[in-house]
Design a protein around this ligand. Structure first.
Ligand code: GLN
Length: 439
């Protein structure tokens, strides 16, 4: 089957860069549609940005071009990266290659689906509350969210600037390490990127976890709050690592239960402010009207989908006078507690092991009318964004119905090396990453 035929079934790539195969011969890569590529459509899968072609490359794109990658095209996503299912795109939903009736996860669903289906060997995504790790988990591939500040966000269309981070989606841990090498590093165009030396991450591709301390947080295995098959696969994965010489350590992250509420105050607050710029004045869609206010209102009403409007309303409400202290300020305090939980835990262990998602991929349409249910699918990925720490999801099993299950590791800030080492060791001693979906 051709790439185009596979893509027709999945709707993973929304724009193919026509020039790519004729002029370039580097490794093909798909780019999430919220990362600016000069003179190519970049729309965040939103009607409001239809027709927008950025006049510049994001820093990660500049680095990929310099390294000789062939940018195959833009991958589908939830509109403005708000979502966990890739169903809110203005281009229609992306499908999961393991079962086309199911969602691929989100918001980087097009990136994950295209890598899992073999359309591309690797892709870039962005992760604000789990949007790289959750779709990687549901599509049976490797997804890494680097430490906040490791990779430049310049040219990533902002969702929540204190949480957003770009990262790789790949089929193997070694590809993840290699791609991280290419995109990492300080950038004067992003004041939140940290000026730290970037190690060669491929040096951490070491098949050895002896003496490595693996923290098991009791809060990530809630009674009844996690699918039985997922729990079984994660427990088995832990046993595999222990058999390979890792030392399990029981830890506690007591503020975990507040993470989702905290995130859904902070992320929409930042989003409502970031999305104020889409009003018809400068980019994409414009609904002309007699005066400026009507033009802005008409453009935003027509251009944004309902989840985007919901986030803007939520965010504007929690930032408004009289509510700011009760919601936003309180959420910021909880965020510090969540971060402290992790820093305390990392005094006892090198990495933390958790499920990536509470369930395998759900059906298209199953949660789209119930935002709360949808928001809860990120319960295990959100805390890492709030704390700014790195995380990786790797394949660790399949359900009886043949759906992939993901295992998440978290590490202390700027210790992606520990993630790569433990993930690589697990991968080298298991076969889950070798299975391919039949399309
Ligand atoms: N699903 C989460 C949300 O909708 C996370 C999205 C993301 O990481 N971009 O906010």
């Amino acid at each position: 089957m051709t790439i185009e035929a596979i893509n027709k079934k999945l709707n993973a790539i929304i724009y193919f860069n026509k020039g790519v195969s004729a002029t370039q011969s580097g490794t093909p890569i798909a780019i999430k549609d919220n990362i600016c590529v000069k003179d190519e459509p970049t729309t965040c899968a939103s009607k409001i940005l239809k027709g927008f072609k950025p006049p510049y490359d994001a820093t990660v794109i500049k680095k990929l071009k310099e390294a000789g990658f062939a940018l195959l095209g833009k991958s589908n996503m939830d509109e403005f990266a708000f979502g966990s299912s890739c169903e809110t795109s203005c281009y229609g939903p992306t499908r999961n290659p393991w079962d086309p009736e199911r969602i691929p996860g989100g918001s980087s669903g097009g990136s994950a689906s295209s890598v899992a289906a073999g359309i591309v060997p690797m892709a870039l995504g962005s992760d604000t509350g789990g949007s790289i790790r959750q779709p990687a988990s549901l599509c049976g591939i490797v997804g890494m969210k680097p430490t906040y500040g490791r990779v430049s966000r310049y040219g990533l269309i902002a969702f929540a600037s204190s949480l957003d981070q770009i990262g790789p989606l790949t089929r193997s841990v070694s590809d993840s390490a290699m791609l991280l090498n290419v995109i990492s590093g300080y950038d004067e165009m992003d004041s939140t990127s940290l000026d730290l030396p970037v190690p060669d991450f491929t040096q951490s591709l070491v098949n050895d976890v002896r003496k490595m301390k693996i923290g098991i947080p009791k809060e990530y295995f809630p009674e009844g709050g996690i699918d039985k098959e997922v729990k079984k696969a994660i427990t088995k994965s832990k046993d595999i690592l222990i058999a390979l010489g890792a030392e399990p350590v029981e830890i506690s992250l007591p503020h975990t239960e507040y993470a989702v509420s905290c995130y859904y105050i902070i992320a929409p607050a930042e989003a409502s402010s970031n999305l104020a710029r889409f009003d018809g004045d400068q980019y994409g869609l414009r609904k002309d009207a007699k005066n400026m206010v009507d033009m802005h209102m008409g453009t935003r009403t027509a251009g944004f989908g309902s989840e985007v409007k919901r986030r803007i309303l939520l965010g504007t409400y929690s930032l408004s006078s009289g509510y700011y202290e009760a919601y936003y300020l309180k959420a910021m305090k909880v965020r510090t507690k969540i971060k402290d939980d992790f820093l305390n835990a990392f005094k006892l262990c090198d990495v933390i092991l958790t499920p990536t998602t509470p369930t395998p991929a759900f059906k298209i349409g199953e949660k789209i009318d119930d935002p709360l249910k949808m928001y809860l699918s990120d319960i295990f990925t959100i805390p890492a964004n709030l704390a700014g720490i790195p995380g990786i999801s790797i394949p660790c099993g399949f359900t009886q119905a043949g759906l992939p299950i993901g295992l998440q590791f978290l590490a202390k800030p700027f210790d992606e090396e520990a993630l790569i080492r433990v993930a690589y060791t697990f991968e080298q001693n298991t076969d889950f990453h070798k299975r391919k979906p039949k399309i």
